[in-house]
Design a protein around this ligand. Structure first.
Ligand code: FAD
Length: 580
C-alpha cells in the first residue's frame, strides 16, 4: 500500500519506478456521483442548451446579465464542491471536473465564472478554513449569495507571484491591507475575496499570508469590467484594498504561509480548467463532424477527404487522452493522494494545449465561416487562448514539472545531492561518490535493478506498455544526464528543462491512456474497446518519436544559436533584414 502523503506516480517515474497501483485501475465515479452528474447534466442542457444565441450576443456586448447569474445560483452552480452539510452538492474532484466539462460545452465564460468561484476563489477556505470560518461563509458561498474570487496577480506580480506588493500590517487584532490586484476573474460580482498580501519583509521578497476579505469591508473597491479578447462576459476587474481592516479571524492558513496556500489552491483547482477544456473539445468535435458532413466541395462532402479526416482523427485522440489525464488527476485527489502537483500541472498544460489545437483545426474545417462571428468557432478560439496563460502559464508549469523531477533525483541520490558542490567544483574530492553514483547510473541505463512496471494488462496493449517501460528508462537517463551536464546551473537552462518536461508530459499521458484503455477492455472486451486501443497505439507511436527526439536533443541542439539570435533581436529591438 502506498503512502498517500508522499507517493507521486511521476516523481517515482523519474527515479525509474513505475507505480502501477497508483494509476490502475482507472478511476471511476461512485454510482451515487454518477447519478448526481446525470441529473446535473440534464438540468444544464435545459438551462444552457437553448441559450446559444444569448451567449453569442452577450459575448459581443461583453456582459453577463444579472438574471442569468441568478439562474446559475438557483441551479446550485456555486455549491458544487461545498459539503451537503453546508448546503452544497459535495462533489468530489472528478465529478466537479466533469460538471465543468458539461458547462464548457455551451459557453466558456459561464464555465469560468463557475470555475473561478470553486476552483480558486473559495478553494482556500475548503482546504485551509477553520470550522468557524467554514460556518461563517460556506452556506452563503454554496447558494451563490456570495460569489468568490482569487486575488493574487498584481501589475508587477504575475508568474512571479512572490513579488506581490500588497501589504497587510498587524494592528491589534486586525490586519490593515493596502494594495491593488489585477485581472481578477469574477471581480465585478464577487463578495468573497481570497487575498494574498505580504506580512513579513525579508530581503525585499517578503512572506505572504492569505486573507478572507469581503466586499462589505470598508476600503474594498473594484474597477470596470475589462474589455478582453475572450471570456468577454466574465466580469474580470481590478480589485483595490485601501486601508481595509481585516480581523485576525480571517487569516486563511498560517501567517507567513500564503505562497504555499496560493500554490496549493491552484494545484487542487487545476482539474476544473482541465475539465472545461475537455468539454470544449467534445463540443468542437460535434460541430466539426457535422460541418464536415454537410459541406460539399468538388462534389464530395469534405468529411471524405484525407486531410480533413486527419484533423478530426487527431481531435479525437487529443480529447480522449486529455480526458484520461484530467480524470486521472481528479481520481488521485479523490483517492486522498497529496503529492499530485506534477501530475496536475501536466494535466493543465496538456488539456489546455490540446484544446487550443482542436479549436484552431475546428475553425479551419469550417473555412471562411469559421472566421465569422455568426458561427461559434472564432469565439472558442478567443475564449480558450487565455487557458495557456492563467492559473500558471505553460512555460512556468513546464519548468515546475521538470525542476521538481530533477530536484527529486538530485536529493534522492543522496550522494549527488550532498556533494553536488564538490562534484562540480572539485571533481577529485567527489570522485568516490561519483563511482558509487555511476553504479546507480548504470542501473538506470540498463534498467537492471529497476522495478518492472505494468503487470496484468491485456495482451492487446502489451506492446504499448513495453514502449512505456522503455521510454521510462529514457526519462530516468535524461534527468540524470541533464543534471550531470548542467549541475547547479540547471535553473538557468530552460531549454534543457523544457525537453525533460516534454518527455514527462508524454509519459504521463501515455500511462493514463493505458490505464483508461485497460479499464475499457475490462468493461467491454477487446472488441468493444477496439477504437480506444487504436487511439492508444497511435498516441504511443507518436509519443515515442517525440521522446526519442527530445532525448537526442539534450546533447545535440541549436539552443545557443537560437538564444544568440534572440539576444541580437533584443538588442536591436527590430528585425534586422528588412528589404526596403
Ligand atoms: C482573463 C484573465 C483572468 C485572470 N484571472 C485571474 C484571477 O482570477 N486571479 C489572479 O490572481 N490572476 C488572474 N489572472 C492573471 C494571470 O494569472 C496572469 O496573467 C498569469 O499568471 C501570467 O502573469 P503575467 O500576465 O504577469 O505574465 P508574466 O509573468 O509577465 O509572463 C509573460 C511571459 O513570460 C513568461 N515567463 C515569465 N517568467 C518566466 C520565466 N521565469 N521563465 C520563462 N518564461 C517566463 C510567461 O510564461 C509569459 O509567457 C488573469 C489573467 C487574465 C488575462
Amino acid at each position: 500500500m502506498h503512502d498517500k502523503e508522499t507517493t507521486s506516480f511521476m516523481r517515482s517515474l523519474c527515479m525509474g519506478r513505475i507505480e502501477q497501483d497508483v494509476i490502475c485501475p482507472f478511476p471511476v465515479m461512485s454510482d451515487s456521483q454518477k447519478e448526481t452528474l446525470t441529473d446535473i447534466s440534464g438540468a444544464l442542457e435545459g438551462l444552457l442548451g437553448p441559450r446559444a444565441e444569448d451567449f453569442r450576443k452577450w459575448d459581443v456586448a461583453g456582459e453577463l446579465p444579472e438574471d442569468f447569474i441568478d439562474e446559475l445560483r438557483e441551479f446550485g452552480m456555486f455549491g458544487l464542491i461545498i459539503s451537503e452539510d453546508h448546503g452544497g452538492m459535495g462533489l468530489g474532484n472528478m465529478a466537479y471536473s466533469r460538471t465543468l466539462q458539461e458547462v464548457a460545452k455551451y459557453d466558456a465564460s459561464v464555465a469560468v465564472t463557475i470555475g473561478a468561484h470553486s476552483s480558486i476563489g473559495m478553494r482556500g477556505l475548503l482546504l485551509f478554513g477553520t470550522d468557524e470560518q467554514n460556518e461563517r461563509y460556506m452556506p452563503r458561498l454554496a447558494t451563490g449569495e456570495m460569489i468568490a474570487a482569487y486575488c493574487l496577480t498584481e501589475p508587477g506580480a504575475g508568474s512571479d507571484a512572490a513579488a506581490v506588493k500588497t501589504t497587510a500590517v498587524k494592528e491589534g487584532d486586525h490586519w490593515v491591507i493596502n494594495g491593488n490586484k489585477l485581472w481578477i476573474t469574477n471581480g465585478g460580482i464577487a463578495d468573497f475575496f481570497t487575498v494574498f498580501a505580504k506580512t513579513h519583509e525579508e530581503g525585499g521578497r517578503g512572506k505572504m499570508t492569505a486573507f478572507i476579505v469581503t466586499k462589505d469591508m470598508e476600503g474594498v473597491s473594484v474597477g470596470p469590467h475589462e474589455d478582453k479578447m475572450g471570456l468577454r462576459t466574465n466580469p474580470t476587474t481590478t480589485v483595490h484594498f485601501d486601508g481595509v481592516r481585516v480581523p485576525d479571524a480571517n487569516v486563511l492558513g498560517e501567517v507567513g504561509q500564503g505562497f504555499k496556500v496560493a500554490m496549493m489552491i491552484l494545484n487542487s483547482g487545476r482539474t476544473g480548467l482541465g475539465g472545461g477544456s475537455v468539454g470544449a473539445m467534445k463540443r468542437l468535435i460535434e460541430l466539426s463532424t457535422k460541418q464536415a458532413n454537410e459541406r460539399t466541395t468538388f462534389g464530395e462532402p469534405i468529411s471524405s477527404y484525407g486531410l480533413i479526416k486527419k484533423k478530426v482523427g487527431q481531435m479525437v485522440i487529443d480529447c480522449y487522452t486529455s480526458e484520461a489525464v484530467v480524470t486521472m488527476v481528479g481520481g488521485l485527489i479523490d483517492a486522498g493522494y497529496k503529492e499530485y502537483q506534477v501530475e496536475a500541472a501536466i494535466s493543465k498544460v496538456y488539456a489546455t494545449e490540446c484544446l487550443w489545437k482542436t479549436a484552431d483545426e475546428a475553425l479551419q474545417i469550417a473555412g471562411g465561416n469559421g472566421f465569422m462571428r455568426e458561427y461559434p468557432y472564432e469565439r472558442v478560439v478567443r475564449d480558450c487562448r487565455i487557458n495557456r496563460i492563467f492559473e500558471g502559464t505553460s512555460e512556468i508549469l513546464r519548468l515546475l514539472i521538470a525542476l521538481t523531477a530533477m530536484n527529486d533525483v538530485a536529493s534522492q541520490l543522496q550522494e549527488l545531492s550532498s556533494t553536488m558542490k564538490d562534484i562540480f567544483n572539485n571533481p577529485i574530492k567527489g570522485f568516490g561518490v561519483l563511482s558509487d553514483y555511476a553504479r546507480k547510473h548504470a542501473a538506470l541505463r540498463t534498467g537492471i535493478g529497476g522495478e518492472r512496471g505494468f503487470q496484468k494488462l491485456n495482451d492487446a496493449i502489451q506492446e504499448q506498455a513495453k514502449i512505456f517501460e522503455e521510454e521510462t528508462r529514457y526519462l530516468a537517463q535524461a534527468t540524470d544526464r541533464i543534471l550531470r551536464k548542467h549541475g547547479k546551473s540547471i535553473i538557468g537552462k530552460q531549454l534543457a528543462s523544457h525537453r525533460l518536461a516534454e518527455i514527462m508530459i508524454d509519459l504521463f499521458v501515455m500511462a493514463c491512456t493505458i490505464s483508461r484503455v485497460q479499464g475499457s477492455i475490462d468493461a467491454d472486451g477487446v472488441e468493444g474497446a477496439s477504437l480506444e486501443i487504436q487511439i492508444l497505439k497511435t498516441f504511443t507511436r507518436e509519443a515515442k518519436i517525440r521522446i526519442k527526439h527530445n532525448f537526442r536533443r539534450i546533447d545535440s541542439n541549436d539552443d545557443e544559436i537560437v538564444k544568440a539570435l534572440a539576444d541580437d533581436a533584443f538588442e536591436a529591438e527590430r528585425f534586422r533584414w528588412d528589404t526596403i
